[in-house]
Write a protein that binds this ligand. Structure first.
Ligand SMILES: Nc1ncnc2c1ncn2[C@@H]1O[C@H](COP(=O)(O)OP(=O)(O)OP(=O)(O)O)[C@@H](O)[C@H]1O
Ligand SMILES: [Mg+2]
Length: 252
């Protein structure tokens, strides 16, 4: 049997929030519609509207409630920013994207920054040779200065986790926080496996907010193993590859 892939972010989120331990790491997420948009923007002030089956950060929209230039809403897709003064105008504007496919609305996380650019973390978690979920690699993704997503396809850059966190944490704290992310990654693997037993590897997108709380933005079931090649510690990519080869995720 082949390795399991699950495209719907909504389906995966539902499995994750079933866990009492993991709930605190999952930003509130709903299916996009007029009612959920209204509720979420009033509750969170800043939200992300994104395709349920998205990749490469395509179609991702950031929406904020603003007071400048006057009371209203601002939304951004790619580098275009649009201001509207009423909720109706916001809903209509977003609908030009959302009516073509299923969309989600998610609480927005104010990401930590590095040299004025937002970053998030990609955590690679794999079934190891003893069939246990193990976090094998962690890398940071730094956004293009004008973008609202960190994806490589949108001008993002891969940077080591240590480099990004060292401006926010001491060296000891940076190491301890990495351990915490590794544990979180493995728990996510175990929880998803309850619904998807043939899953072998996942790439967890973790956003760290300005209070250093980690938030799981989404879980990719077809993560790219090659991005870890750039890490200076070559043993990391070798392990990712070894595990992947063992369950047939990569060709030798
Ligand atoms: N709720 C959120 N708060 C803050 N930033 C977010 C949020 N959701 C998404 N983003 C930003 O947008 C990026 C893309 O979002 P997401 O991972 O959900 O889409 P994607 O199309 O599946 O991307 P990929 O397939 O490359 O992982 C995230 O990596 C993050 O930088
Ligand atoms: Mg992603």
């Amino acid at each position: 049997m082949s390795i399991q892939r699950v495209r719907s972010k909504w389906a995966k989120t539902k499995v994750l929030v079933r866990s009492n331990d993991l709930k605190q790491y999952i930003p509130q997420t709903k299916r996009f519609n007029r009612e959920s948009l209204l509720l979420m923007i009033n509750q969170h002030e800043m939200i992300y509207v994104k395709p349920d089956n998205g990749t490469f950060g395509k179609g991702v929209i950031r929406v904020e409630k603003v007071t400048e230039p006057s009371a209203g809403y601002r939304y951004q897709i790619k580098t275009d920013q649009i201001f509207v003064s009423t909720f109706e105008a916001l809903y209509n504007g977003l609908q030009s994207y959302t009516r073509h496919k299923d969309y989600l609305v998610q609480k927005g996380v104010y990401l930590l920054k590095h040299q004025k650019r937002r970053f998030d973390i990609r955590v690679m978690v794999q079934k190891n040779l003893s069939d246990h979920w193990e976090t094998t690699a962690i890398i940071g993704r730094l956004s293009h200065p004008e973008r609202i997503v960190t994806n490589y396809h949108s001008g993002g850059t891969m940077v080591t986790y240590e480099r990004l966190l060292s401006t926010h944490l001491s060296p000891t704290e940076t190491t301890a926080y990495k351990k915490r992310l590794e544990k979180l990654g493995a728990s996510i693997g175990r929880q998803l496996q309850t619904a998807y037993p043939r899953l072998k590897e996942i790439g967890v997108d973790v956003a760290i907010d300005t209070k250093l709380h980690p938030w799981v933005l989404e879980v990719n079931t077809k993560p790219h193993p090659y991005i870890y090649k750039i890490l200076p510690d070559k043993s990391i990519y070798r392990k990712v590859r070894r595990y992947s080869l063992a369950y047939g995720g990569m060709k030798a």
